[in-house]
Ligand binder design. Structure first.
Ligand SMILES: *Cc1c(COP(=O)(O)O)cnc(C)c1O
Length: 393
């Protein structure tokens, strides 16, 4: 029996994840590793399942945004190196060490204090791995100037309980037609690396490419790329999708089943605010999904779903738990499968199209899908795992 009680679910095609990893393996230099970025619960796909699949397909390390996400991976028994890409508060440094999770650092004071905290704790065998972050033009976190970089590196070299295991930067505009900004960032990164080498530092793991940069500048792979959005089969921007430098396979579909069908005899209004009026003869189907699942209310009177391989528009406002659609073929029946994101027959409604309607980027669309929606994992079109998030135990 399935361990959840609703007719709305996400399907994650694990074969797509592994195909995308292999595609980047072939696209980047041989010596370049792949860090599978599985932050935000694997961009909504499920971090543990995606991490395992990516590792099996050839990724060698994992990246997350925060320590809690790393601990989820460790608790699932994943032993590959995990790097926290964002800021970690000092009071969590010991925990990172205990779970063998590498951290990102860019402030000399933070490094000195982290080292002091670890020196005080019971004497662990292995030092905590630290990747230094260089801000070469993202303006988010990282050291910006070379003297600052040297100071931070010195603090790290002097630390007894910290090991310098990586140095990286992050690009702001790698997905755009104009490459001037990303090229300036890469040049700045090279200057920083050169300044460190000049002093005699042996550089640890060097990395700078997100998905977009890995697609456009695979020769900048250094020791690893950090593969996020394209691991999931999505292009980092409509521009890169159009360019088709690389063939990706989207991993996620969102599906539901019709809960109710009615055909208007007289005009009737649909949903809160009565913003849509069904005309006589129109068929309206009710879907058991709403904005509390992460199916945005901004789809009200604008969204598209697939039924019987045809497009059907969302009518009226998306409710918290239910959404109405108009079925122009008039052939809807209770229990029919409806695809909200993905393919049905020869028709497709992609996360890219959904993002365009919502006025956002494809990254945000699967991230919105929350624990109320069960995840079903497929390999070779067969269900291999079901993960439902709200009924514990
Ligand atoms: C999220 C993130 C990535 C992955 O970026 P994509 O565009 O999804 O490939 C890489 N590096 C850092 C620092 C990130 O925060």
């Amino acid at each position: 029996m399935k361990p959840y009680c609703r007719d709305t679910w996400v399907e994650v095609n694990l074969d797509a994840i592994s195909a995308n990893v292999r595609t980047f393996r072939a696209h980047t230099p041989k010596q370049t590793g792949i860090m599978a970025v599985v932050k935000a619960d694997g961009y909504g796909h499920g971090s543990v399942q995606v991490a395992r699949e990516a590792i099996a397909a050839g990724a060698d390390t994992l990246g997350v945004a925060m320590l809690d996400e790393a601990i989820v991976l460790r608790k699932a028994g994943i032993t590959e190196p995990v790097l926290v890409l964002g800021y970690t508060p000092l009071d969590s440094v010991e925990k990172a060490h205990r779970w063998d999770v590498e951290l990102t650092a860019y402030q000399a004071d933070w490094i000195r204090e982290a080292d002091r905290l670890l020196l005080q704790s019971e004497n662990p065998a292995k030092p905590l791995g630290i990747h230094l972050k260089a801000d070469t033009g993202m303006g988010r976190i990282g050291v910006r100037e070379i003297p600052e970089l040297l100071e931070v590196t010195e603090a790290l070299a002097a630390a007894k309980r910290l090991a310098w295991t990586g140095i990286f930067t992050h690009f702001a505009c790698a997905d755009e037609p104009d490459t001037s900004h990303v090229k300036a960032q890469h040049e700045r990164f090279q200057e920083m690396l050169a300044a460190l080498r000049e002093i005699g530092y042996q550089l640890p793991l060097v990395h700078c490419c997100n998905s977009a940069a890995a697609i456009v500048f695979p020769e900048w792979g250094y020791d690893t790329i950090r593969l996020g959005i394209s691991l999931y089969g999505l292009y980092p921007s409509p521009y890169l999708k159009e360019r088709q430098d690389i063939q990706l396979v989207p991993a996620l579909s969102l599906k539901t089943r019709i809960a109710h069908v009615k055909t208007a005899a007289e005009p009737f209004t649909v949903s809160y605010g009565a913003t849509y009026t069904a005309q006589p003869g129109e068929q309206v189907a009710t879907l058991p999904i709403g904005y509390a699942d992460g199916f945005s209310r901004a789809f009200s009177n604008r969204g598209i779903v697939l039924h019987n391989g045809m497009r059907a528009p969302v009518v009226g406002r998306v409710c918290m738990d239910q959404t109405m659609v108009r079925i122009d073929q008039g052939n809807a029946r209770v229990g029919d499968e409806v695809v909200l994101y993905g393919k049905q027959g020869t028709e497709e409604f992609s996360l890219d199209e959904a993002a365009a309607i919502l006025g956002t980027i494809n990254y945000e669309v699967p991230c919105m899908l929350n624990a109320r929606v069960p995840r079903i994992y497929l390999r070779n079109y067969e269900c291999v795992e079901i993960c439902q998030g709200i009924v514990k135990g």
